[in-house]
Design a protein around this ligand. Structure first.
Ligand code: ZN
Length: 282
């Protein structure tokens, strides 16, 4: 495979990558300073700065919001809990709209506490997305289902493959109107033997975001031990080539949860490494 280095203008920072040392204001200014054109904030950081102020700063610095993290977490033990989740998702859609975000990322949720009913949890996810979709459509904010690695099935997301996410898209948005699609996060799906064919199946209408990092060997923490691109075993150029073959022309969003390494470093150093590794390893 012969693949040219990616366009540095497509780089985006998922702000979880530098969340230990910077607030959202510093992240926005840092991206601008380092020539990173995209940003994907988390809602707790957004709430701390204020949605209006964040939107203004992002606009003034010429950044594209490649996604808002996150909505989802639909399953709950009772009706009241499910309604609270739904209300929160409607608010998340409004925040994404205020930022002009390209999508609202959905981490759909796992089993309610004490439950073993995985099928029921997946039905609650389907219903929750379905009930959020109309509001999202009206607000012009596509919902992006992010399949998570199966090790997160119980606590974070019971949608675990791209195929499963696309089945939900087909069920809820058969017309492929652009209101519903998926996130391809290499950390979660790199191992899937169907990844190439499912990316092709998704096509550009359903591919709403591309999250990159690397899978370290050995991985020492289930949540916070992601690697910088090039430090692990994921064939990033290969997966990027599948995304591009499917018509994806969007951003490459770097999302690294790294308690033992990158979160400890100066964020300016991290952004410099991201720029280099994006060119060398993606
Ligand atoms: Zn992700």
């Amino acid at each position: 495979m012969n693949i040219t280095p990616p366009d540095p203008g497509l780089l985006s920072l998922n702000t979880a990558t530098v969340r230990e040392k910077w607030n959202l204001r510093e992240m926005i200014e840092g991206c601008a300073r380092h020539g990173i054109r995209g940003i994907s904030p988390w809602r707790d950081q957004l709430a701390a700065l204020g949605v209006k102020e964040a939107a203004k700063m992002i606009r003034n610095n010429g950044l594209t919001v490649t996604g808002l993290c996150r909505g989802g977490m639909f399953p709950a033990a009772d009706r009241k809990g499910r309604q609270a989740a739904l209300d929160d998702n409607l608010r998340a859609v409004d925040e994404a709209a205020a930022l002009g975000a390209r999508c609202l990322v959905l981490v759909v949720g796992g089993l309610p506490a004490g439950s073993k009913d995985l099928k029921g949890a997946r039905e609650m996810v389907r219903d929750g997305i379905g009930e959020t979709l109309e509001h999202a459509r009206a607000a012009g904010v596509p919902l992006a289902i992010e399949p998570l690695h199966p090790m997160y099935c119980a606590e974070r997301a019971c949608v675990n493959t791209l195929s499963q996410a696309l089945d939900l898209c087909d069920e809820l948005d058969g017309g492929k109107g652009g209101a519903l699609g998926a996130v391809v996060d290499v950390y979660h799906v790199w191992w899937d033997p169907q990844l190439e064919s499912q990316i092709a199946r998704a096509g550009d209408r359903r591919l709403l975001a591309f999250h990159i990092c690397d899978w370290l060997v050995p991985t020492t923490d289930l949540l916070n031990d992601r690697g910088m691109m090039g430090d692990g075993v994921i064939d990033l150029p290969q997966i990027r080539s599948w995304m591009e073959a499917a018509g994806y022309r969007g951003f490459h969003e770097v999302e690294i949860f790294s308690a033992r390494n990158w979160w400890k470093r100066e964020p300016g150093e991290v952004l410099g490494a991201i720029r280099r590794r994006h060119q060398q390893c993606c």
